[in-house]
Design a protein around this ligand. Structure first.
Ligand SMILES: [Zn+2]
Length: 154
């Protein structure tokens, strides 16, 4: 058994620089392409892999938040749940862009061929698109309602 320092489950794997398959940090050779593994490079690669996983996690979390924003917006028109849903909507309208900025600042510097990073970026773009679309929908509906009220009062 090769000795390894326990760095938590996510830090114990990394992508082989040769074939890009996920391999164990304790391996001396890649079990897919048999390339010998430099322990120092493996350590750095494992840290990168960990960062990529964090980026993937926070991107899918943010996409879910953006989706929840849509649900809250629609819920805002319903009786009973309308008020809390409306509050939730405004909260997420503020939170989502802040989280998006935090994501880009934290994860922009990651250079990797990890296919998961592409997915993370797609999720982030989706969250941004949903946020912008919701802003436009919110403004249009507000203007429409205001116009309708003016016409009805006249
Ligand atoms: Zn390999």
């Amino acid at each position: 058994m090769p000795q390894t320092v326990d760095l938590g489950p996510k830090l114990q794997v990394f992508r082989c620089p040769q074939c890009n398959e996920v391999i164990n940090l304790s391996a001396e050779r890649c079990r897919f392409c048999n390339t010998s593994i430099d322990p120092l490079k493996a350590q750095a690669a494992a840290e990168l892999h960990h960062q990529v996983n964090q980026a993937i996690d926070s991107a899918s979390y943010l996409r879910i938040l953006a989706g929840t924003m849509v649900v809250f917006y629609i819920g805002g028109f319903l009786p009973i749940v309308g008020t809390p849903a409306g509050i939730g909507f405004f909260f997420l309208m503020l939170t989502v862009p802040i989280q998006i900025i935090r994501f880009w600042r934290k994860h922009l510097g990651i250079h990797t061929s990890d296919p998961g990073m592409k997915e993370a970026q797609r999720n982030m773009v989706m969250a941004m698109v949903i946020r912008v679309v919701m802003m436009v929908v919110f403004v249009i509906v507000r203007v429409f309602f205001a116009a309708a009220m003016t016409i009805m009062r006249a």
